[in-house]
Write a protein that binds this ligand. Structure first.
Ligand code: CIZ
Length: 328
């Protein structure tokens, strides 16, 4: 497998956690997926939060921005998108000529569900001069109402690109929005959405881990809610790909990672000599976990589940995404 997002995990990582063996049938399933992928002329894109076995069969593992770029750049006919629905929608909008599949159609996003188009229209009406900036964790229907899209990797750059005097309405993640407001010192109004997986990361456990591993660097995702008071204590506040890049550069040997636990697979596979401690054992995203290796296999067998976006919605929803891609 690739690359920048490459992993070579075997399900036996020990750096920072007990070894967990993969089910015995996974080896055969991985071989079958590799054969089917060729037959279907497919590429497999997997988000950093996907389970390790899916990351292992992927051609590219990354964050939503990296995956969107890979989707745009591939000449494969089929994209098996192992992530959640809004990410597959983005790939479908950027590559309307390709078939985009998702292993489980119910792999959604609780954060994205915290705002609907009518609420954006009402908020805009109350702030007629406001520019609406959405986090990538939003449905195509919501993106169609927005001016700019951001990811946690590029949020600061995109906000800084917007004229300084402009009032900004940020949806849906309150904590990422607070982080961007603190970083850019801009006039940003915040929607009060949050990610339940990141909300499950409790400051008490972070405090305990920091005591147990005083040499460890503490890397925190900006979606973390309860740990917001610890932002000042974090060595870095970073997106998932930001964490991957940071760990590569850092001489530290131990890290406390405050984000969805799927990222640990990639970090451990890339740095078997370093130890990674999850800031919460309870931070898997249940939507991400709906995709399994079996379902990825069945997706390629049955060419299911095809993700499409109504062209009238897509025409509007793709604009904030393209604006973002032009800036970063
Ligand atoms: O942009 C993404 O992929 C998300 C949702 C998180 C991150 O930090 O990578």
């Amino acid at each position: 497998m690739d690359t920048n997002g490459s992993t070579s995990g075997n399900g036996h990582e020990t750096n920072g956690r007990a070894a967990v063996a993969e089910p015995p049938h996974y080896a055969l399933l991985k071989e079958k997926i590799a054969i089917l992928k060729k037959e279907r002329e497919a590429v497999i894109l997997a988000h950093n939060y996907q389970e390790g076995a899916i990351q292992d069969v992927a051609d590219f593992v990354g964050d939503s921005l990296g995956l969107a770029r890979k989707a745009q750049g591939t000449d494969a006919k089929v994209i098996l998108f192992c992530g959640v629905h809004f990410m597959a929608e983005t790939a479908a909008m950027l590559c309307p000529e390709k078939t985009v599949l998702i292993p489980d159609l119910a792999a959604g996003c609780s954060l994205a569900d915290m705002i609907i188009p009518e609420q954006i229209r009402a908020w805009r009406a109350a702030h007629p001069d406001g520019v609406v900036v959405c986090y990538v964790n939003t449905s195509a229907l919501v993106k169609a109402e927005c001016d700019y899209c951001v990811t946690s990797t590029n949020g600061v750059k995109v906000i800084e690109h917007i004229p300084a005097e402009q009032e900004i309405l940020f949806v849906p993640d309150y904590y990422l929005g607070s982080f961007l407001r603190a970083k850019t010192k801009r006039n940003i109004h915040l929607w009060k959405g949050y990610c339940p997986a990141h909300a499950a990361i409790l400051p008490e456990r972070v405090d305990r881990l920091r005591e147990e591993h005083p040499e460890a660097e503490f890397l925190m995702h900006p979606e973390c809610g309860c740990t917001t008071k610890q932002m000042d204590l974090a060595d870095e506040v970073l997106s998932t790909d930001g964490m991957v890049q940071y760990v590569k550069r850092s001489p530290a040997k131990e890290f406390i990672i405050a984000t969805e636990t799927g990222l640990l697979h990639r970090l451990r596979a890339q740095h078997p000599e370093k130890a990674f401690y999850p800031a919460s054992e309870h931070a898997p995203c249940h939507h991400m976990q709906r995709n399994t290796l079996e379902k990825a296999f069945m997706s390629l067998v049955r060419m299911q589940h095809v993700v499409t976006v109504d062209p009238k919605i897509s025409e509007r929803a793709v604009r904030p995404i393209e604006r973002m891609l032009e800036i970063v």
